[in-house]
Design a protein around this ligand. Structure first.
Ligand code: ADP
Ligand code: ASP
Ligand code: MG
Length: 462
């Protein structure tokens, strides 16, 4: 089989774990395998912290030293052969030199553009890739590592959330990887990282390594994409919130997309698209329990008898905007105006609800975009339109119940909101798309975990 295997930060977080990952690859090496690696866990966050400090002119030398030590230790623990170790160490030290010099310039100038930020945060994956490739070599496999752009992942220049240019990418990735695979060499690609057509390094958004894996899978027509992580698969709820959550053995792309968009498995919201388009099955598997089957994500929508809801997911860092005015009633174009204003500011609306009285529109946006959104709406609407009041709540979370079994099933909403009401929890906003795959609602952030547990119990998901 032709497989893409992506290893998450939790699976490559230290030398011994990298060794474990390399052993998993070796055990599967009767297949043609392309590897996509994340940064060691926590590194991307630390690099973002370094950028923020540099912009204030503050030094990050101490953090950089800790980062370097952690990678050197990983090399020590992952590999056994002195020559392989020393080759990888040279590469990693060279990368640190480059990283330190750009951070130093940014700190002096107190300025780092989004392009420079992407360059800096790409180092997480760029450091992990040679260590994993070296460990494979240490185990007797032939391997090379490639940056996303070198492998052929070409993006637009929306640094921070760059979009792959799929037609170009498809051709380039194929041209690069096929000859490598034909020689029996295992390519290790940096996830999360691409390059613009001008050759500038770009990143494709947080959790982007999963997305890189499905992009590559689609480009090389992989038989399957395996997303290796630290839990057995996609679970009925976040295991950190619901102790008795269960593994979902099979789920459709459409249902899984609803879950990951709502934050399940910290996956990039667009990660399933390339696989869905080409019907490439995705397996989510546990590096710490590799023989378990994991979750299979595929086209098939299977609804087991009696199964209504498959999972519950949540996004926590959101805020609600309420736009109201009696004279909005019967005024065509109000909603269009609102969405145009937010769209022109680059603000993504996560959830929308309007009552039939038309005197109120509620929107959900990311919390870090609230201030920008409110300012733009106030400026454009207050005193200049039928909108009379714009208010917000910034202490809310969105929850969604997901499952193809809800379609056409009566009484799901009453069970759902009945269970929430029994806990005395107030629901602030509700939305259901006509796909009936998902019912989403908003509660106060403090009530979020309890709400999830109540819903999980109500639908007997545990
Ligand atoms: P990786 O480092 O492999 O990319 P992430 O940390 O990005 O892993 O995502 C895996 C984590 O997502 C799990 O450890 C788990 O805590 C969390 N998670 C939240 N919701 C879910 C869910 N419904 N199913 C599985 N994992 C979930
Ligand atoms: N390292 C990146 C992040 O933390 C990409 C990823 O891990 O998927 O977002
Ligand atoms: Mg992740």
């Amino acid at each position: 089989m032709k497989l893409v295997m992506k290893f998450g930060g939790t699976s490559v977080g230290e030398g011994k774990k990298i060794r474990n990952v390399a052993e998993i690859v070796k055990q599967n090496s009767n297949n043609s395998i392309v590897i996509v690696t994340s940064a060691m866990n926590g590194i991307t966050d630390q690099l973002i912290g370094i950028v923020e400090k540099a912009r204030k002119g503050e030094s990050s030398n101490a953090v950089l030293d800790t980062l370097q030590k952690r990678h050197e230790q990983a090399i020590q623990d992952a590999m056994t052969k002195a020559d392989v170790r020393s080759k990888v160490k040279q590469e990693v030290l060279g990368l640190f030199q480059r990283l330190k010099s750009i951070v130093e310039s940014g700190t002096i100038l107190k300025e780092l553009t989004p392009r420079s930020k992407d360059y800096i945060i790409s180092f997480g994956e760029r450091l992990a890739a040679p260590i994993l490739a070296g460990t494979l070599e240490d185990l007797g496999l032939r391997s090379i590592y490639l940056m996303g752009g070198e492998a052929g992942i070409i993006t637009d220049d929306s640094f921070g959330e760059a979009t792959p240019l799929m037609d170009i990418t498809r051709q380039k990735v194929k041209n690069t990887l096929e000859p490598i695979l034909a020689k029996g060499v295992v390519p290790v690609l940096t996830g999360f990282v691409g390059a613009t057509q001008n050759g500038d390094i770009s990143t494709i958004g947080r959790g982007g390594s999963d997305y890189s894996a499905t992009i590559v899978g689609s480009c090389i027509d992989a038989d399957e994409v395996w997303i290796w992580t630290d839990v057995d698969g996609l679970m009925t709820a976040d295991p950190n919130i619901v102790k008795n959550c269960r593994l979902i053995p099979q789920i459709s792309y459409a249902e899984a997309a609803e879950m990951v968009i709502l934050g399940a498995k910290a996956m990039h919201p667009r990660a399933l698209e390339p696989a869905n388009e080409r019907s490439i099955p995705i397996r989510i598997k546990n590096t710490f329990n590799p023989t378990a089957n994991g979750t299979l994500i595929s086209k098939d929508i299977t609804v087991k008898k009696g199964e209504i809801v498959k999972g519950v997911a949540t996004i926590k860092d959101v805020a609600l905007i309420n736009i109201s005015g009696m004279s909005m009633v019967g005024m065509p174009g109000t909603a269009a105006k609102v969405f145009n204003i937010l769209g022109s500011q680059g603000i993504n609306v996560i959830m929308i609800s309007q009552s039939i009285s038309e005197s109120n529109i509620s929107l959900l946006v990311r919390r870090n975009q609230l201030a920008k959104g409110l300012n733009a709406l106030e400026l454009a609407l207050l005193g200049r339109s039928s909108v009379k009041d714009i208010s917000f709540e910034d202490d809310v979370s969105a929850i969604a119940v997901i499952g193809a079994g809800m379609k056409g099933t009566h009484g799901v909403a009453s069970r759902l909101f009945g269970a929430v009401a029994k806990k005395n929890i107030n629901v602030r906003m509700i939305a259901q798309g006509s796909s009936e795959l998902n019912i989403s609602f908003v509660v106060s952030e403090n009530d979020c975990d309890e709400t999830i547990r109540a819903v999980h119990d109500e639908f007997k998901l545990g």
